[in-house]
Design a protein around this ligand. Structure first.
Ligand SMILES: Cc1ncc(COP(=O)(O)O)c(C=O)c1O
Length: 344
């Protein structure tokens, strides 16, 4: 069978040969009992990388985000969050269901809450209002097309939140893709966030896993929440071993995914019937608007699939491409030729 180019998501990446070897030879224990040496090494490595005291290994980014919120707030407190952020819009209502959060959703621009809107969103102390308990940011911001939220903006948000005594959580599922472009150190990103969740199973290609990073007492609370959620894993070192390999093997390759996405966008925009549905292509995510009146995004998705190019239609006119380690230059060329043959 001919090669399939799978642009649906960077979550489709498979573990590398080195990861599989590392799994086979991992030293493990029982992580719920706190003695899995590979998990302990992964957690301390991530804590050091972000300049924080502690980290916890979790099965998914959703669990990382939801543990993060539940460990920051008490039920009934308000979480300020961008209206299209993954944590609020794409996690099944978990902010309300798990943390018991009262949500204050603000429409952002390029993943950023307008600062005057954010300033107004912090509640004055009053029995009538929920207490503001947390501000969430997302880096990169998926639904704005993987755009990079600038460090200066994150510093402003942190300063405003600190002024109100409110912590900041960063959903950094694709922080790797931002960091590869900005060169801002992980420690600097750590300094503008009280907690950060990062994904191992997207661009980094691990089969499973996310990390939540923060100070020691906070991560102990998150450990308790992970337990409530049934997220304690026993010989988790087999999976944690992949995360350690990823830092050496796949993290240095992330800029290639961003570059391929930019090449794809330039070529696709040369075709009639397509427009960019985002302002810039900062990283590895490309949303195209299908403007050709003869075809809509779900039809284009299935026509492309017949030609071995998998994408995601996320609306009648919106088609998503995500580049990752499983996409090579030839896949980009193949996708452009396939688009050309359908749209001409
Ligand atoms: C920005 C962002 N945050 C969090 C998640 C959740 O990660 P997971 O699918 O591992 O639960 C995703 C998943 O795509 C995401 O795109």
């Amino acid at each position: 069978m001919s090669r399939i180019a799978d642009f649906r998501s960077d979550t489709v990446t498979r573990p590398t040969a080195r990861m599989i070897e590392a799994m086979a030879s991992a030293q493990v224990g029982d992580d719920v009992l706190g003695d899995d040496p590979t998990v302990m090494r992964l957690e301390s490595t991530f804590a050091a990388m972000f300049g924080k005291e502690a980290a916890i290994f979790l099965p998914s980014g959703t669990m990382g985000n939801q543990c993060a919120v539940a460990a920051h707030i008490v039920p009934g407190e308000e979480v300020i969050v961008e209206a299209n952020a993954h944590i609020s819009k794409y996690e099944g209502g978990a902010l309300a269901r798990i943390a018991g959060a009262h949500n204050c959703m603000i429409q952002g621009e390029r993943g950023m809450l307008p600062l005057p809107d954010l300033a107004r969103a912090f509640r004055a102390p009053s029995v009538h209002f929920p207490r503001t308990g947390l501000v969430c940011v997302e880096q990169t911001h998926l639904m704005s097309g993987g755009c990079i939220v600038p460090l200066e903006y994150l510093q402003e948000v942190k300063g405003m939140a600190a002024h109100h005594g409110v912590p900041v959580h960063m959903d950094g599922a694709r922080l790797w893709n931002a960091q590869a472009e900005t060169g801002v150190s992980f420690e600097e990103y750590g300094s503008v966030s009280d907690s950060i969740s990062v994904s191992l199973c997207k661009g980094l290609s691990c089969p499973v896993g996310s990390m939540l990073i923060g100070d020691g007492a906070y991560i102990e609370r998150a450990r308790r929440v992970r337990k409530w959620m049934g997220g304690g894993m026993r010989q988790a070192g087999y999976l944690a071993a992949c995360g350690l390999v990823a830092l050496e093997e796949t993290l240095p390759l992330i800029s290639e995914d961003n570059a391929r996405c930019r090449r794809l966008s330039v070529a696709a925009l040369g075709l009639d019937g397509l427009n960019m549905a985002q302002e810039t292509v900062d990283t590895n995510v490309l949303f195209l608007e299908v403007t050709d009146s003869a075809i809509d995004a779900p039809m284009l998705e299935s026509e492309l699939a017949e030609r071995g190019v998998m994408t995601l239609a996320l609306g009648p006119r919106l088609l998503r491409f995500v580049t990752h380690r499983g996409i090579i230059d030839a896949d980009v060329e193949h996708a452009v030729r396939a688009l050309q043959s359908i749209l001409s």
